[in-house]
Structure formats: structure tokens, C-alpha cells
Design a protein around this ligand. Structure first.
Ligand code: MGD
Ligand code: MGD
Ligand code: MO
Length: 761
């Protein structure tokens, strides 16, 4: 790690030598270089494990199907460093709490079950049986099943997730808050309302067939590096790539394929985006509305083929109402809210119109706003206009985050389960599942703050650091009767235990999982609804670690006993779990046999076959008005987005650099437009305080962030998550999604108190 803080603009292409160099350094620096190299060779291959990095699909074409950040994820997990009872005897929880997130995870893998001792403020070893019994005891003491919250982070396998949701429902609750509530909820809910399925409609190879690809609010160079290969390839095939991103992101400008030696050593890097637009934060719905307005004018002016009128008539409902809404939206409102000119939007519309096959992709820049649901639906509106659904090279592609977050939902991790799912579980397992909706993540935290939660179990993740309003979230966790974290590494959430607390150490994706009947594999689902097997190869660092599936089964067995289900025999043979999945979930018939298919099998998507499970039986246009303004009555001078650097995986910090944005050795930086900087009388490198403008009297502030001038629209700011999570109010959530508005936080900034004093001196 470099520790010398510096800001040096990055001039090379994304990927390329920088990426190769970083990968090599990361692998060689790891405590187990050979094993890690072997791991990388097996990643995303027909026989190997699924990359825990992101949910992009695998083409199984190249020899090395991994990227720099996938390599980081693997080496981070497969470290031989570990912590045990001795470590926790030496460090109290309050002492560890003082440490950075980087320090916590850097200590290595958790190896034995631990119980928090409030008297000594230390974690102490506990046996697996005692840990399970403690959970059962706390659950038995609850007055109501909804006093249990079951959080999931999107790495959990299908097998573990399926058992987990079944356990929760047999215990009587639908309280399944999950990371998806903070992530792609708007995509799932928006797509479901518009086209009847909450998933993307395309296959990976559709990228090869598209004439235009619109990339909204996404930074693939860092977060989905393998997507750059698809974009690059599409660009070589002549596809137009139109980017809407508030920031200039290197990976969306130029990319050298690190797997093509010539590109790495020569300046042959390919250009990615043909058009690059920088809308205001939260301006994408207005931008798409503007494109639609331009297209509607072209159509009325009789300028050639604009819409797919046959598709509109046969497969859609409500286009007239939407046209009326488009007509009543003024260009002034559109340009002011999007921050883009009428001409820019007309140009983008022209690219869309000329293309026979269009794909729209998006991620957090679209889903973490107040009006995200309507923004997703506006993107769908646009695609429906051109009939860009259900044909090769065209469709909708929400690019998922965690490697199995889509699979978790398919398995039933859902606080608002469909009647079909519950009916199916009820009849197969012969029990009556709860029918009332459970809590999402923000609702679960609110319930904790009201002292209504007795037990929180977290299947992975780092809720304390990932959720908004950090001090209140931490307070919420402390108020639980018992917190249980099933984790690979030490993190912030472990340091804010409930009155009682457990840490249960688990195996990772890369490790061999051996149960009573022998070696097991698990399955995962990627962003393209492909389900495939994943089998770890590394030896676990400790025999005391257990697989997630075995831990969930152990908890269920202790709480519910064997009366309904022999949980432990399911954990002994995951094939048996897959048989239950096959019997209860659509698309999984012959599940076990199909796990052998190289590259996996496709779950199918009704909307992609033009069958729509909506009230009208057709794809539904959404005629929502643009929001009047982003922050309503709040008089905030700036909108702040909280985003990822290149050296992190969510709350896991691998290093302190953000190479493509030119930031080295530091994370507490604030990107700002140079004109705003001048208008505020601030200078490059000044330290500032950032404070949320909100209406509940709670002070939300972070201090000492270094100002970095950047290509970002005026009035917009950007800083890294999770350092800025204290600024996001728990109550600031998306309409109809409940997702924290992490990409539009109303803030003001001021020179940090410390610097002010220095200046006066
Ligand atoms: N290496 C690595 N890979 C990851 C992750 C990681 O942390 N590290 N996280 C995983 C997860 S869980 C997820 S959800 C994904 C996240 O993947 P991304 O969505 O790419 O993640 P962010 O870093 O939040 O980046 C948001 C991007 O949207 C832009 N943006 C923000 N607001 C707006 C807006 O209003 N309009 C437009 N047009 N653009 C906007 C930002 O400038 C930035 O480029 O990545 C997954 N993959
Ligand atoms: N301000 C702000 N907040 C955000 C976001 C944002 O953009 N801005 N993004 C949101 C998004 S998109 C997401 S998805 C959430 C992420 O929220 P989470 O999924 O809760 O957080 P992660 O940081 O991915 O979780 C990291 C922890 O998972 C554990 N872990 C790693 N691998 C495994 C494994 O294989 N098994 C188990 N059991 N545990 C494992 C490790 O102990 C590690 O410390 O954060 C959200 N929060
Ligand atoms: Mo995510």
C-alpha cells in the first residue's frame, strides 16, 4: 500500500498495464501468492468457483476470466492471516472500534465462534453447539416472530439463502432486510411494475449484437470490469456507446484489455463512449424524458421510422397517457433538472433512433435517488417505444452488485414475498408461512431503534457500515437483544453488538466445502439469469470454520428441531436442498442434473419472450411527472453522491488509492466543480466539513475532507462510501423502494474548523 497522499490525474486507459501491474502486486503481496494464482486460474471457469467480485456474466471464452478487482476480492478472502481467541483476548471491543475499517479486515480470517462478554467488553470463544443453543434460547424468549430480523448480503449462495428464508418463514416472519434494499430495489420494483419481472431481459452475447448501448449511472471500470470487455467488443463491432454519468469516469472513456498484450504495451487502447453526457445527480429521468420529447417531435414531424408502432400496439399499454405527460413536461424543466442542453438530448435521441437494437444498462447512479423507481420506469418507457425488448441485441440490463444478489431474491430472500412463493412453500413443506410483509433494511433499523427487535442474524455483509446514518444505525444494532454475524472477516458490525452478541466464522466462495457426504458445490445466479455451480478449491484456514449452509442449518435445527425438516441432513448433502428448490421454485426443474452444464443454465425471463405478468397483460408505460425539484423545501446548496473508489469492495477497503480518479493514499476527499470551488473562496487541497441539510434537528456532519477539483457538474459533489454514510438520513429513502438516497444527499460545506484557525494564524 502506498501511504503518501497525492492527487495525480490518470492519463492512461482503464485496464491495460496499470491493471496488470496492480493485479500482480496484489497477488504477490498476499500471504499466499501461489495459492492465489491457482485460484485465479480457476475463477469463473466451467469447473471452479464464481468470482465473489460482481454479478457480471461469464463468456467462458478467455483463458483468464478475471479482472483486477476480482483478483483483489479473491486474494483478500484467501489470505492465510487469521485471528483467534488470543487476538480477542488482547483487544477489547471498544479498542477495536477505534480502528479503521481497513485495519479490521486486514487482521485476517475469523476462525472460531465468539460470544460477546459485556462485562469484560471482549469476545470470547464459544462452541458451535452453545452458539446455536444461545440463538434458540433468545428466539424462544421472543413475544412475536417479527422480533427476529434476518439480514442477507448478496454473496450468500442459493443453497444457503434458500434454507435461510425457509427457516425464517417456518419461524414465522418475513423480516428479510437485505443489501438489495440499499442497492437495486428500484430496478426490481420498477421492472416488475413495467414488464412483470424484476430482472434484466438480455443475455451476455446481446452486447455483441447491439447497435447502441446506453450506460446510465454506472462505473464499470471499477465495479464491473469484465463489462468493459463487452462494451469494447461492441464498440469494435460499430455499436454507439452513449454514457450518462455525472462524473468523467476513465473506464467509460478508454480501455485497454489487460488480456491482450499488444494493447497493454502500445497506445492501442480502444475508445468506449461515443457520446458522454454529464447530467446532474438525479437528472436522468429528465434526460430520458427529454429524449422522448425529441423523438415525439420527430414522429409528429413525420421524420422516418421513429417508433416501433406494431410493438406498441401489440405489446404495450398506456403509451398515450405517457405521451400526454411528455407533452406537458417543458424543455425548461427538462434542461434545468438534467443539467443537459436540448441539443445534447436531441443528439442522444438521434443515436437511439438510428439504432435498430438498443440496450440500456444502469446501476447505482439510477437506483439510489428519491425518484429512482420512476427513473427506471422512464428508461423502460424509452425502450418500449422502439420495441427494444424480446429481440436479439436489445433490452434492459440492470447491472447487479453482489455476485449472488439476484440469486438471493430468486431463492425467496424477499420481505414482500409473492403469494405464489408462499403457496408453493406451504404445500411442499406442509406449514403455514406468514402472509404479512416483513421489514426491509431501513424498516428493520427503525424497528431496532424502537426496541422492537430481539434477535438480528446477519448472513454476511456489514450492516453497521453499509447502512445510512451511521451513529443511529450503530445505536440500532446495540439495542438488539442478540446480534449474530455470520462472517469471513472482522468488521464494524461486530463492534456494535447487541446486549448479547455472536460472531460465527464462515467459509468463503474460494474454499473447499466438505460435509458429511463429501465435497459440496453451491450455485449462484448472475445478472443475466444464468445459474451455475461454484466449487471452492482452497483449504480453509481453520477446521473450526463452517459453511454458510451448515451454519444456517445449525441455527434452524436448534430453533425448530427436526419435526418439519431434517436440517442437518440437508447440510450434509446440498443436492437434497437443490431437490427442494426444484420442487418449489419455477425454472429449477432437474436442478441437480443441470448443474453440470458448462456455463450454467438460463432461468428464463417471460418479458424477454413478450409475456407480461402485469395487470393489463402487456408492458405498462409509466406516466409519472418529473419531480418538481430534487430536495423540495430543503434549501441545500449541494447534492452529494456517495460512491466507491477503485480499491474497495463496498465496506471492505483494500487500499487507499482510486487510480482512475487520480487519488492516492487517502479516502477522505471531496470532488467538486472548480467553479464552485472558486465561488466558495476555497482552494484545491483545503479541508472542509460536510453537513447534511435535513429537517429533524439531528446534526449529521463529517470533518476534514480534502477538496479535489473534478469534472463534475456545478452544485454536485462526490465522496466515498462508507466514510460519508453518517450524512445519509435514515428517513431519506426512495419513493416506493425504501432505498437510502445515497446518490443525492442535500449538504452544505464549510472550511474545516482546524484549517480556518491555521489561516487566521
Ligand atoms: N470493485 C468493486 N466492484 C463492485 C463493488 C465494489 O464496491 N467494488 N460493489 C458491487 C455492488 S454491491 C454494486 S451495487 C455495484 C455498484 O456499481 P456502481 O453503480 O458503478 O457503483 P458506484 O461507485 O456507486 O458508482 C455510481 C456511478 O454512477 C454515477 N452517478 C452517480 N449518481 C448519478 C446520477 O444521478 N446520474 C448519473 N447518470 N450518474 C450518476 C457515479 O458518477 C458513478 O460513476 O458494483 C459491484 N461491484
Ligand atoms: N452511502 C452509501 N451506502 C451504501 C451504498 C452506496 O453506494 N453509498 N451502496 C449500498 C449497496 S449497493 C450495497 S449492496 C450495500 C452492501 O452492504 P453489505 O453487503 O452489507 O456490505 P459488504 O461491505 O459487501 O459486506 C462486507 C462483509 O461481508 C463479509 N463477507 C465477505 N464475504 C463473505 C462470504 O462469503 N460470506 C459471508 N457470510 N460473509 C462474507 C465480510 O465479513 C465483510 O466484512 O451497501 C449499501 N450502502
Ligand atoms: Mo450493491
Amino acid at each position: 500500500m502506498k501511504f503518501k497522499p497525492a492527487i495525480k490525474p490518470y492519463s492512461a486507459a482503464a485496464g491495460g498495464w496499470g491493471s496488470l501491474e496492480a493485479t500482480t502486486r496484489f497477488v504477490l503481496d498476499s500471504k499466499h501468492a501461489l495459492k492465489n494464482l491457482r485460484n485465479l486460474m480457476r475463477m469463473n471457469k466451467a469447473k471452479g468457483f464464481d468470482c465473489p467480485g460482481c454479478a457480471w456474466g461469464d463468456d467462458n471464452k478467455s483463458t483468464f476470466s478475471f479482472c483486477e478487482n476480482g483478483a483483489k476480492a479473491v486474494t483478500w478472502e484467501a489470505t492465510r492471516r487469521f485471528i483467534d481467541a488470543q487476538f480477542f483476548a488482547a483487544h477489547s471491543v471498544s479498542k477495536l472500534y477505534q480502528q479503521s475499517d481497513y485495519f479490521l479486515e486486514y487482521q485476517g480470517r475469523l476462525t472460531e465462534p465468539l460470544r460477546y462478554n459485556a462485562q469484560t467488553d471482549h469476545y470470547e470463544p464459544v462452541s458451535w453447539d452453545d452458539a446455536f443453543e444461545l440463538i434458540a434460547q433468545h428466539i424462544r424468549e421472543m413475544d412475536h416472530p417479527d422480533q427476529l430480523e434476518l439480514y442477507t448480503s448478496g454473496r450468500a449462495s442459493n443453497e444457503a439463502s434458500y434454507l435461510y428464508q425457509l427457516f425464517g418463514r417456518m419461524a414465522g416472519t418475513n423480516n428479510f432486510p437485505d443489501c438489495s434494499n440499499m442497492c437495486h430495489e428500484a430496478s426490481g420494483s420498477g421492472l416488475k411494475r413495467s414488464i412483470g419481472v424484476g430482472k434484466g431481459t438480455i443475455h451476455l452475447d446481446d452486447f455483441d449484437k447491439a447497435n447502441a448501448i446506453f450506460v446510465f449511472g454506472q462505473n464499470p471500470g471499477t465495479n464491473h470490469p469484465r463489462m468493459l470487455h463487452s462494451l469494447r467488443h461492441a464498440a469494435e463491432n460499430g455499436a454507439q456507446i452513449v454514457t450518462f454519468n455525472t462524473l468523467r469516469e476513465r473506464g467509460l472513456e478508454r480501455f485497454a484489455d489487460p488480456q491482450k498484450p499488444l494493447e497493454v504495451i502500445t497506445p492501442m487502447a480502444g475508445f468506449i463512449s461515443t457520446n458522454y453526457y454529464q447530467p446532474n445527480l438525479g437528472g436522468d429521468m429528465a434526460a430520458v424524458r427529454g429524449m422522448a420529447k425529441a423523438l415525439l417531435e420527430m414522429w409528429r414531424g413525420g421524420q422516418g421510422d421513429v417508433f416501433d408502432e406494431r410493438f406498441l400496439a401489440e405489446h404495450t399499454h398506456g403509451v398515450e397517457a405517457w405521451f400526454a405527460e411528455v407533452d406537458s413536461t417543458s424543455w425548461e424543466h427538462i434542461t434545468q433538472q438534467s443539467g443537459l442542453s436540448e441539443q445534447q438530448l436531441r443528439d442522444a435521441a438521434a443515436v437511439w433512433q438510428r439504432a435498430e437494437r438498443v440496450i440500456c444498462t444502469w446501476a447505482m447512479g439510477i437506483t439510489q435517488h428519491k425518484h429512482s423507481l420512476n427513473t427506471v420506469r422512464e428508461i423502460v418507457n424509452l425502450q418500449l417505444l422502439g420495441g427494444h425488448l424480446g429481440k436479439p441485441g436489445a433490452g434492459l440490463c440492470p447491472v447487479r452488485g453482489h455476485s449472488n444478489v439476484q440469486g438471493n431474491r430468486t431463492m425467496g430472500i424477499d420481505e414482500k414475498p409473492s403469494a405464489a412463493l408462499l403457496d408453493s412453500l406451504a404445500s411442499h413443506f406442509d406449514f403455514e408461512p406468514p402472509r404479512r410483509a416483513g421489514h426491509n433494511t431501513v424498516q428493520a433499523l427503525a424497528a431496532m431503534l424502537r426496541d422492537e427487535v430481539k434477535v438480528l442474524i446477519a448472513l454476511g455483509g456489514n450492516l453497521a457500515a453499509a447502512a445510512p446514518d451511521s451513529p443511529r444505525t450503530e445505536e440500532a444494532l446495540r439495542r438488539c437483544g442478540l446480534t449474530v454475524h455470520i462472517s469471513t472477516k472482522l468488521n464494524r458490525s461486530h463492534l456494535v453488538p447487541g446486549k448479547d452478541g455472536l460472531i460465527l466464522p464462515t467459509l468463503g466462495r474460494t474454499e473447499a466445502d466438505v460435509q458429511a457426504t463429501g465435497r459440496q458445490f453451491v450455485t449462484v445466479e448472475d445478472s443475466f439469469s444464468m445459474v451455475h455451480a461454484s466449487e471452492g478449491i482452497g483449504n480453509p484456514v481453520a477446521e473450526t470454520q463452517r459453511s454458510e449452509t451448515a451454519i444456517v442449518a445449525g441455527v434452524a435445527d436448534a430453533v425448530l428441531g427436526k419435526e418439519k425438516l431434517d436440517w442437518l441432513s440437508l447440510a450434509a448433502d446440498y443436492n437434497l436442498i437443490r431437490d427442494h428448490i426444484a420442487a418449489t421454485l419455477p425454472g429449477f426443474m432437474n436442478f441437480n442434473q443441470r448443474c453440470d452444464i458448462p456455463g450454467g443454465f438460463y432461468l428464463g425471463n417471460a418479458a424477454a419472450e413478450l409475456r407480461f405478468a402485469t395487470p393489463s397483460g402487456k408492458a405498462e408505460f409509466s406516466a409519472a411527472p418529473l419531480p418538481e425539484s430534487l430536495f423540495g423545501e430543503l434549501n441545500a446548496p449541494f447534492a452529494l453522491q456517495t460512491l466507491r473508489s477503485h480499491d474497495q469492495y463496498n465496506t471492505t477497503i483494500y487500499g487507499l488509492d482510486d487510480r482512475y480518479r487520480g487519488v492516492y493514499g487517502q479516502r477522505e476527499v471531496l470532488f467538486i466543480n472548480p467553479q464552485d470551488l472558486a465561488a466558495l473562496g476555497l482552494q484545491d487541497g483545503d479541508l472542509v466539513d460536510i453537513e447534511t441539510v435535513w429537517n429533524d434537528g439531528i446534526e449529521r456532519k463529517v470533518s476534514g475532507f480534502k477538496i479535489v477539483p473534478y469534472a463534475i457538474p456545478r452544485g454536485n459533489l462526490a465522496a466515498y462510501y462508507p466514510e460519508t454514510n453518517p450524512l445519509v438520513p435514515l428517513e431519506s429513502i426512495g419513493d416506493g423502494t425504501g432505498t437510502p438516497t445515497s446518490k443525492s444527499v442535500p449538504v452544505k460545506i464549510s472550511l474545516a474548523a482546524q484549517v480556518k484557525n491555521n489561516r487566521i494564524a
